[in-house]
Ligand binder design. Sequence first.
Ligand SMILES: *Cc1c(COP(=O)(O)O)cnc(C)c1O
Length: 225
Amino acid sequence: MAIQENLEKIHKELPEKLKLIAVSKTKPESAILEAYRCGQRLFGENKVQELVDKYENLPKDIEWHFIGHLQTNKVKYIAPFVHLIHAVDSLKLLSEIDKQAAKNNRIINCLLQFHIANENAKFGFTKEEAFELLHTSEFKTFENIRIVGVMGMATYTDNENQIREEFATLKSYFLQIKEKFIPEDYFTEISMGMSADYKIAIEEGSTMVRLGSSIFGIRFYSKFN
Ligand SMILES: *Cc1c(COP(=O)(O)O)cnc(C)c1O
């Protein structure tokens, strides 16, 4: 089947330690199971209800990554089980994740999402906004979240140099945060790279790529849904 072939082909291109998040949004549970049977355990979704349904129906050793824009009022639905929230883009959201994680007796891993693309429709912090957040006294009170890295999406363009520069910018933010704010060993992740640009992302230091269409085939709408 195609999913197995796609996964085998991709694995040959990935450095050994790189994490592959199979982005299964809009795809049926049967497709996820097919990837699961090939050994894939990390899956990414971007809609809360869809993620909750899939979590309930699918094997419990799947590690679920929430990769979309997360509304504060929906954190509670995924807090019991989510492994990593990729797109944290406000103090308010972080505060809610901390609260819901505490209720569930968990520490929830998060990435700070940066706006690195030259497009204004995307979410994410500027460097200044993120540094300001990391300085706040409220941030220092959070006990049930762990910021383990950064995430970003490059501009959707054919211009490889531009994509490369944007990924390099994200890597530089990662290094600055590590030096100034979060020196801990767990601060390790740079989530960057999608089907169209993951090879460049890997060259620029990605530690986790989020691949959807190159594993499961195309979706019939824009990559930002
Ligand atoms: C949909 C999506 C992906 C995967 O996109 P593909 O181009 O299908 O690989 C990766 N990251 C995010 C945040 C997404 O929403």
